[in-house]
Design a protein around this ligand. Structure first.
Ligand code: HEM
Length: 468
């Protein structure tokens, strides 16, 4: 039997069935929260989703409802609701809009898989992300960063967005898969750009029915998805053919066995590979690009960062280098603040599998439930001057003082980001290494956001490099 590419593969039968969506006619007699009902709502939602969600929160509070594509959506913005959806009541939800389309690109990997497959794979893939293992990646992250920025010249204008993408791409490929896929960087990036754009732009429910139409927009989506699948399959096949045994992620995936002795199939390994490549570089690259844009606007932080870099990199060859990095206060505060203001994963859509209450409010089975890191993390109740860039707020015990669910750039519960420590380490290394050798300044305006599957800065973000 010919194996279908992810784009054409149906939803795995082992997943919980998707509950019927709730349409207007189903809402009679249901107690649903108030919310926006304008005739142009879909247009407003599509034009600027973060602004739409913030406006809904300001007018109707943390829990509001609206109909999108004719289906009921409910927002869950309070920390209490976030904690319930992600942790204490997580088994009552499956992933929502966008994820079925994401599965067309990534296949069934950790990000898109539902239970029971998700937990089975997550257990198998945990070890390369354990903090003790992550620490051993610090030197490689640093040397790849040095290699990358050593090509920059004083006075040069760099396209920072693509630069950060290729750096984080090389890091994830080298560390997790032991592969130099730099020859594929451009191809993967172009395909990823199209795929991520198409996943989110047509996130309205029901629009995935159009994916097979003979229209260039959708055919490009399929082509991009197929290219990515091809690259991932090749990486896996080359590693199998090489016979090289390494204890990196690819080694773990190839060797992994469940207690029943079940192994991952080559296709599952390829889907997990692609998932890790995508989730492991695009997110971190975006947050770093935003970080340098904020630093360009707030250059007073550069000197403190350079001092911190000197102190931390003095331990470069010590065993506790990663520990020193992860406890470096200024780069940590800056990274946390950018993750708050420009969270790469800015919305986490879910679907209620049963009637349930969130924050004391009734949520009917089948409703789409929207969490938004972007909205909750800009709530004045928890973050004063919430729209301002104030890294100092992260000093002392501030993070511990926040209620659970108020700050969740990596989510929480069993769907929490697998690579959070990886990203925190990598982010600090890149910020500090940059501060040690260069100053970056925007050549134009502060970038606008282009929120898609990730919260991207729009355009290439041109920055002038001043070497010091
Ligand atoms: C700053 C960078 C990053 C941020 C903000 C971030 C954020 C997130 C969030 C919010 C989720 C949950 C999405 C949802 O369920 O709605 C997630 C999942 C995931 N992330 Fe990350 N991520 C980052 C970097 C990374 C890196 C570097 C890796 C791997 C090297 C990674 C691997 C994953 C994986 C595998 C999942 C799926 C986990 C599961 O469902 O079991 N991420 N990430």
């Amino acid at each position: 039997m010919v194996e279908l590419a992810p784009f054409q593969t149906p939803r795995p039968a082992e997943y919980a069935p998707i509950p019927k969506p709730l349409k207007k006619r189903d809402l009679k007699g249901l107690k649903i929260p108030d919310g926006p009902r304008s005739a142009f709502l879909t247009l407003r939602f599509q034009r600027d989703t973060p602004a739409f969600l913030l406006d809904a929160r300001d007018r109707y509070g943390d829990c509001s409802s609206f109909l999108l594509g004719g289906q009921l959506f409910i927002t869950a913005f309070s920390p209490e609701m976030v904690h319930e959806v992600t942790v204490s009541k997580q088994s009552s939800f499956i992933k929502g809009v966008g994820f079925d389309r994401m599965r067309k690109v990534l296949g069934s990997g950790l990000l898109t898989n539902e239970e029971p497959i998700h937990l089975r794979h997550r257990r198998l893939m945990q070890s390369p992300f354990h903090i003790s293992k992550i620490s051993s990646y610090a030197q490689t992250m640093l040397s790849l960063t040095r290699k990358h920025i050593s090509n920059w010249k004083d006075g040069q204008v760099v396209a920072l967005g693509p630069e950060m993408m290729s750096l984080t791409f090389d890091i994830v490929a080298d560390i997790l898969f032991g592969t130099d896929i730099s020859a594929d960087t451009k191809r993967v990036q172009d395909s990823m750009h199209i795929a991520i754009d198409r996943i989110e732009r047509t996130m309205l429910p029901g629009l995935d029915r159009l994916d097979n139409l003979p229209i260039a927009y959708f055919r490009k989506f399929e082509k991009a998805a197929n290219e990515l699948h091809e690259v991932a399959t090749r990486i896996v096949n080359e590693r199998i053919a090489s016979g090289i045994m390494r204890d990196d992620l690819m080694g773990v995936l190839l060797e992994a066995q469940t207690v029943e002795g079940e192994r991952l199939t080559p296709r599952e390994i390829s889907d997990e590979t692609l998932t890790l490549i995508l989730s492991g570089h695009e997110t971190t690259a975006n947050v770093l690009t935003w970080t340098f844009a904020y630093l360009s606007q707030n250059p007073r932080y550069w000197d403190g960062l350079a001092e911190e870099a000197e102190a931390v990199f003095a331990k470069e060859n010590d065993e506790d280098f990663a520990k020193a990095l992860l406890s470096a206060p200024l780069s940590g505060a800056i990274f946390s603040e950018v993750l708050r203001l420009a969270p790469p994963v800015w919305v986490s859509p879910r679907r209620a599998l049963e009637d349930i209450t969130l924050g004391g409010k009734d949520i009917p089975k089948g409703a789409h439930v929207l969490l938004s890191q972007y909205v909750t993390q800009r709530d004045e109740k928890y973050f004063s001057s919430a729209n301002e860039f104030i890294p100092e707020r992260w000093s002392g015990e501030f993070e511990k003082s926040l209620p659970r669910g108020a700050y969740f750039p990596f989510l929480a519960g069993s769907r929490k980001c697998l690579g959070d420590q990886f990203a925190l380490l990598e982010g600090r290394i890149i910020i500090l290494e940059m501060a040690r050798g260069a100053r970056l300044s925007l050549t134009g305006e502060f970038p606008k956001a282009q929120p898609r599957a990730t919260y991207r800065p729009k355009g290439a973000v041109a920055m002038k490099v001043e070497l010091i």
